[in-house]
Design a protein around this ligand. Structure first.
Ligand SMILES: Cc1cc2nc3c(=O)[nH]c(=O)nc-3n(C[C@H](O)[C@H](O)[C@H](O)COP(=O)(O)OP(=O)(O)OC[C@H]3O[C@@H](n4cnc5c(N)ncnc54)[C@H](O)[C@@H]3O)c2cc1C
Length: 372
């Protein structure tokens, strides 16, 4: 079989890149060894928050902002082409302080962001409770990132997959064993049941990226970091906005369910929900909104963030011409999907890049974890 581009993995990165490439007229085959979107991309909270996640002004903050800015258009396009809604809500993110140290830290961050001209509001205790009356009375104040958003990643992963397939991308079941090179260039892949030749390969295998032979990345470039989530049910809905404390977060869905997250655990690929993990995420949620202690727990899960050593994604071409990376998105793969799709599609087709990818190139990892 021959195609223009092979994408390895149909999580949110692989499917979004395939969507863009198919729309640009390229023949794309996406190989997924299990169910498209069923791994990290369906386990995420769905928080789209440069303000809390990127913390300081710099290239990563700018990348996160560029992706957030693309989200409304991306969602419109994906919903229109798939016919599926993704529950995108632009209600803003709160980071609430419950002690003096955290309040002090937040004040310092707000000052840096304001100096850089980035959007942030500092709210006192009364203003926080006006915005979210269900919050704890212990809240000392908060940062409010008013233009940030959230969505349901399970719905998004499915919708992007459907949109990409309708745009002409071919999704096949296949466990990719090896990326093939010819004359030093990526030339396709070998999977469990055959071989596909291609002019370009996009590695989007999430936390499993280093298990694909011929990946060209340094050892340690991507590792699984487990995250656990518990979902509680509130009727009527107790909260509207995503709320972070210093230790975790809650993500309200419009129907009153609230996701409580999450852990950051180096335990390999052990997919388990543990007593300690649940205790942590529920303690965080109850600190944020004490009445959640009475809410029923209706669902739990865990999955693996594809974590890079610095928490930033690995994007673009590396040392093997024709092999492009869309991996290592760590805690922000949902937020970064639209910019990843645009940037990788541009790199593959030779179009001008929408952002400078140099800070996210695999080459930067050598100084963090040593050479191959
Ligand atoms: C608990 C939790 C909460 C999170 N919350 C957020 C959040 O609120 N906001 C946010 O932006 N991000 C969040 N994230 C991070 C986000 O989920 C990830 O960064 C993102 O989903 C990574 O997307 P991906 O496509 O790279 O990985 P995945 O979704 O894991 O997809 C990789 C795919 O590749 C396939 N694959 C692997 N190896 C092969 C192979 N050899 N051959 C074929 N297919 C293969 C896998 O089966 C999988 O389907 C969270 C993650 C977790 C775990």
């Amino acid at each position: 079989m021959r195609t223009d581009v092979v994408v390895v993995g149909a999580g949110i990165q692989g499917a979004s890149v395939a969507f863009r490439l198919a729309l640009s007229g390229r023949k794309v085959v996406v190989l997924e060894r299990s169910i498209p979107g069923a791994e990290a991309s369906s386990a995420a909270g769905g928080i789209l928050s440069p303000g809390v996640e990127a913390i300081e002004p710099g290239p990563f903050y700018a990348l996160c902002r560029a992706s957030l800015a693309r989200y409304p258009g991306f969602v419109r396009e994906v919903e229109a082409r798939s016919g599926l809604a993704v529950s995108f809500r632009s209600l803003g993110t709160l980071e609430v302080a419950f002690d003096d140290d955290h309040a002090h830290l937040l004040a310092g961050r707000a000052e840096k962001l304001e100096r850089a001209g980035l959007p942030v509001q500092v709210l006192d205790e009364a203003a926080v409770r006006t915005l979210e009356p269900g919050l704890s009375r212990e809240a000392r104040g908060a940062l409010f990132f008013a233009d940030e958003a959230s969505l349901d990643p399970r719905l998004l992963a499915r919708a992007v997959y459907v949109a990409a397939a309708r745009a002409g991308a071919t999704f096949l079941t296949g466990d990719v064993r090896r990326i093939r090179t010819e004359g030093g260039r990526a030339a396709g892949v070998e999977h469990a049941a055959g071989r596909i030749d291609a002019d370009a390969v996009v590695l989007a295998a999430g936390s499993w990226s280093l298990l694909v032979e011929g990946n060209g990345l340094s050892p340690g470039a991507v590792r699984p970091v487990r995250g656990q989530i518990a979902v509680v049910d509130t009727r009527p809905p107790l909260l509207s906005r995503v709320v972070f404390s210093g230790h975790g977060y809650v993500v309200p869905r419009p129907d009153g369910r609230i996701l409580c997250g999450s852990t950051m655990e180096d335990v390999g690929w052990e997919k388990a929900v543990t007593a300690g993990g649940l205790r942590h995420v529920l303690d965080v949620a109850i600190e944020i909104a004490p009445s959640l202690a009475q809410a029923p727990v209706v669902e739990t899960w865990s999955n693996f963030r594809p974590a890079s050593p610095d928490g930033e994604p690995i994007l673009g071409e590396g040392t093997i011409p024709g092999l492009f990376y869309a991996t290592g998105h760590t805690r922000n793969g949902i937020l970064l999907a639209p910019i990843t799709a645009d940037a990788i599609a541009a790199a593959v087709t030779g179009a001008p890049p929408p952002v400078d990818l140099a800070p996210f190139s695999p080459a930067r990892l050598a100084s963090l974890i040593g050479p191959r």
